[in-house]
Design a protein around this ligand. Structure first.
Ligand SMILES: [Ca+2]
Ligand SMILES: [Ca+2]
Length: 169
């Protein structure tokens, strides 16, 4: 009777504890890694959606503007792509290349999205060889590139071509 009582309250042996720790490690560590990986992918998907929306928002706004400061050729010299005289802030931009070199972050137009930086580049493009290349002379086509960056996720980039009114006739 005494022996039985002693047996029922005995603790775990060192071997049993070590075996338990080993089994727990084999089972739980991969499980935690899988859960954390799923969580990271969900965050990445959410983040990509936000970044794409931020890029598209800027692109849509730029595409609502004119092709160039000049209504017809000759268009702005490549070196002068950017805001024109008196266009000191975004509300005054009236053609697509005014946004060239625009960097937006928490300090200006992205105050509501402090983790992101949005950069816009506009250049003249040429597609005559069935490929889009940047050229350093005025053409009737501009390539607009909007890039949204975040310190922990890959950049999201949206590219669009905008044509002069004369090639759209
Ligand atoms: Ca302008
Ligand atoms: Ca301009």
């Amino acid at each position: 009777m005494k022996n039985l009582r002693n047996k029922s309250i005995r603790g775990f042996t060192l071997t049993e504890v070590i075996v338990f720790i080993l089994v727990a490690g084999i089972v739980f560590v991969p499980l935690i890694l899988i859960i954390s990986n799923i969580q990271h992918r969900a965050n990445y998907a959410d983040m990509r959606t936000i970044m794409t929306n931020l890029a598209m928002e800027r692109m849509d706004f730029i595409r609502s503007k004119a092709f160039d400061e000049n209504a017809d050729a000759p268009y702005t010299a490549p070196a002068n792509l950017g805001p024109d005289g008196g266009e000191f802030f975004l509300g005054l931009y009236d053609d697509c290349d005014d946004f060239n070199g625009l960097v937006e972050d928490y300090s200006n137009y992205l105050a509501d999205f402090p983790a992101f930086t949005r950069t816009t580049e506009v250049s003249y493009a040429d597609t005559s060889n069935n490929e889009i290349i940047d050229v350093n002379l005025p053409t009737k086509l501009k390539r607009i590139t909007v890039t949204v960056s975040h310190s922990e996720f890959p950049d999201v980039q949206v590219i669009s071509l905008m044509g002069a009114r004369e090639i759209l006739k």
